[in-house]
Design a protein around this ligand. Structure first.
Ligand code: F6P
Length: 319
């Protein structure tokens, strides 16, 4: 009987549970034994694992977070940590592992695969910053949460004739900022992928003010940060009272959207199919709605384009 392990690693993302559920149920249906590994590679190194059955993943498809817990593991970045994990896998009879996480987690999955433990990665991060896939699990939910929050901020900005500068997550990428910005009707979207000058933001606010606009939403990606500084600059230049808000970890929680649940379920299924055939060192992606998989090293070398067309549209239709 084949034994498959499953773990979640790096920052949690809504929909990770749906992926775990899919992996566990697909593997059990195929007659495999399934071990849930807790707290990512940390738990693997320290043998924190338990056998999972059909019921272990009941009642989780709609829950944010991850029932397997997650962690960022420094020890696993060293060869000694990886070797320790290989030893644990051998002792536990693990024939393959599904790793749900981001780029850092895939590097670990590649190391394990190289040392004889086939691993398949599933992209789970709210940032959508994994190049080999159009879409990462958690991205849709995080954006919907951000939009809900920014809509509330807009109510108060409108009531006070204020400008609100809102920072959303995304690490070094501006995908969340771009999409939430357009969805919230932001006057300006500041992202790391496009150079910006705060004077352009000010100009846009002034021009809109002349047309009778009194409240403004400015979206800033985490990769830019500096919300307080930007707020102060806008207030000083325009005289409009300005408030900064960093949305923070609220974006990482909550019930996953339909899209996140469905993509997670599809990716989990494919990951087990690969391990069933003894194929490791792969990462799953979604391209033009199709589930695909790539060699991990190739996937890590890919580059993802920022959607400049959408950025242009956002600029055109905001004022
Ligand atoms: O990768 C997800 C993410 O939420 C990023 O958007 C953010 O930069 C980072 O994780 C925050 O990490 P932590 O939860 O460790 O503070």
């Amino acid at each position: 009987q084949k034994t498959i392990g499953v773990l979640t690693s790096g920052g949690d993302a809504p929909g990770m549970n749906a992926a775990v559920r899919s992996v566990v149920r697909t593997a059990l249906k195929k007659g495999f034994r399934v071990l849930g590994i807790q707290r990512g590679y940390n738990g693997l190194i320290h043998g924190e694992m338990f056998e999972m059955n059909m019921r272990s993943v009941s009642d989780i498809i709609h829950r944010g977070g991850t029932i397997l817990y997650t962690a960022r593991c420094l020890e696993f970045k060293e060869e000694a940590g990886v070797l320790k994990a290989v030893e644990v896998c051998k002792n536990a009879g693990i024939d393959g592992i599904v790793v749900i996480g981001g780029d850092g987690s895939f590097r670990g999955a590649a190391d394990l695969s190289r040392l004889g433990v086939p691993c398949v990665g599933i992209p789970g991060t709210i940032d959508n910053d994994i190049s080999c896939t159009d879409y990462t699990i958690g991205y849709d939910t995080a954006m919907n949460t951000a939009v809900e929050m920014i809509d509330k901020i807009r109510d108060t900005a409108q009531s006070h004739d204020r400008c609100s500068v809102v920072e959303v997550m995304g690490r070094h990428a501006g995908h969340i900022a771009l999409n939430t910005g357009i969805a919230c009707g932001a006057s300006y979207i500041i992202v790391p992928e496009v150079e910006y000058d705060v004077n352009d933001v000010v100009k846009k606010i002034r021009a809109a003010g002349e047309l009778g606009k009194h409240h403004f939403i400015i979206l800033v990606a985490e990769g830019i940060g500096k919300v307080d500084e930007i707020s102060r600059q806008i207030e000083e230049a325009t005289g409009i009272e300005t408030r900064g808000t960093v949305l923070g970890h609220v974006q990482r929680g909550g019930n996953p959207t339909v899209r996140d649940r469905v993509v997670a379920s599809r990716m989990g299924y494919r990951a087990v199919e690969l391990l069933e055939n003894g194929i490791g060192n792969r990462v799953i992606g979604i391209k033009d709605s199709d589930i695909v998989d790539y060699d991990i090293q190739e996937a890590l070398k890919m580059k993802k384009d920022f959607d400049m067309e959408l950025y242009h549209i956002a600029n055109e239709i905001s004022f």
